[in-house]
Design a protein around this ligand. Structure first.
Ligand code: AMP
Ligand code: MG
Length: 312
């Protein structure tokens, strides 16, 4: 199959309307989308990605009013998060309405809803005229795509359409927040942090490790480059630094002696560049990627979440 590559959201929307899948840019990562109401179309996403069928998709909307169609009830905790962070890099989980086919939510009775802030994503959803179910546009298990070249690397001539746009502003997937209960529970940390959510609701928490997994995606190894990922905290003996090893982090001294080094300007910069660095390292034959450990506060919680999942 030939992939139509376009920068025109109307062209990509025509594929979605016709029951096909299309990759598109968002401010978090690139997504691989289909009409959320069309079971057959949604199944094509799982097939193209090799995604486990029990891992539900996020439904992307362009208008807050659509939440009333998709969800049974907008809980008070969801209301606050939606009014502060929609559109943006946040996904809320609510009880779903019947209108959504089981394939989209992997049979769960809840639905993940996000309103992306990116202009092209919004134009695409509006032109398609339906909510767009989309996970990240990568082969299952590999790092999420933060620019259109990453999407082509995984899917050139394997999907019908790619809408190209700028590189992702955040570079990490959205913060997923379960809003079905009294207090918001962060199932997957992201660029919108626990500290920010706590300002809206002081009882908000990040789901404990080892607790019942409510976000199926979190049980899979994820985001992994082919290289071994290791977390580095203190300076290693220089003589131990081998060829084919790379470093990403904030501390210039920690990165000395590595074959490939990326020193990030800030925690946000680290988050934005992490997946792209993983992919570059694989392209260059790097065997081990040392990633600097950061404190699990603010966006550091999201960085450590992705690093821990990337370890082989
Ligand atoms: P991706 O966009 O590829 O990061 O995948 C979507 C993420 O949202 C996965 O981690 C899913 O487990 C999570 N997700 C989607 N729907 C739900 C839901 N109803 N409840 C909990 N997590 C969900
Ligand atoms: Mg994903």
């Amino acid at each position: 199959m030939k992939t139509t590559v376009t920068n025109n959201p109307k062209i990509a929307a025509a594929f979605i309307k016709a029951g096909e899948i299309a990759a598109f840019p968002t401010e978090t990562v690139y997504g691989l989308g289909a009409d959320a109401y069309n079971e057959k179309a949604v199944k094509k996403i799982f097939k193209a990605k090799g995604r486990p069928v029990d891992n539900p998709l996020i439904v992307h909307i362009a208008n807050k009013k659509d939440i009333n169609v998709l969800a049974q009830e907008i809980t008070p905790s969801a209301k606050k998060i939606i009014s502060k962070f929609f559109p943006g890099p946040v996904t809320v989980i609510l009880k779903k309405n019947e209108i959504i086919p089981p394939a989209t939510t992997a049979g769960l009775d809840t639905i993940a809803i996000r309103m992306p802030a990116g202009r092209l994503a919004q134009q695409l959803i509006k032109a398609a005229g339906v909510p767009i179910a989309a996970p990240s546009a990568n082969l299952s298990g590999s790092p999420s795509p933060t620019n259109f070249l990453h999407v082509l690397r995984d899917f050139n001539n394997k999907i019908p359409c790619l809408l190209i746009g700028p590189p992702a502003k955040y570079g990490l997937e959205s913060t997923v927040i379960d809003c079905t209960g009294k207090n918001p529970v962060i199932l997957r940390p992201g660029s919108v942090t626990l500290e920010q959510i706590k300002k809206l609701d002081k009882n908000a928490v990040i789901q404990k490790k080892g607790g019942k997994i409510k976000s199926p995606g979190q049980k899979y190894k994820h985001y992994s480059p082919k290289a071994d990922v290791r977390i580095i905290n203190v300076k290693r003996e220089m003589s131990n630094v081998k060829r084919n090893e790379a470093f990403i982090g904030l501390d210039r001294n920690l990165g000395k002696g590595f074959e490939k080094v990326l020193i990030c300007r800030s925690m946000n910069d680290y988050a934005r560049k992490l997946f792209s660095f993983f992919r570059e390292c694989d392209d260059e034959g790097i065997k081990t990627i040392w990633c600097q450990k950061v404190a699990e506060k603010g966006i550091g919680a999201a960085i450590m979440n992705r690093l821990n999942k990337a370890i082989h």
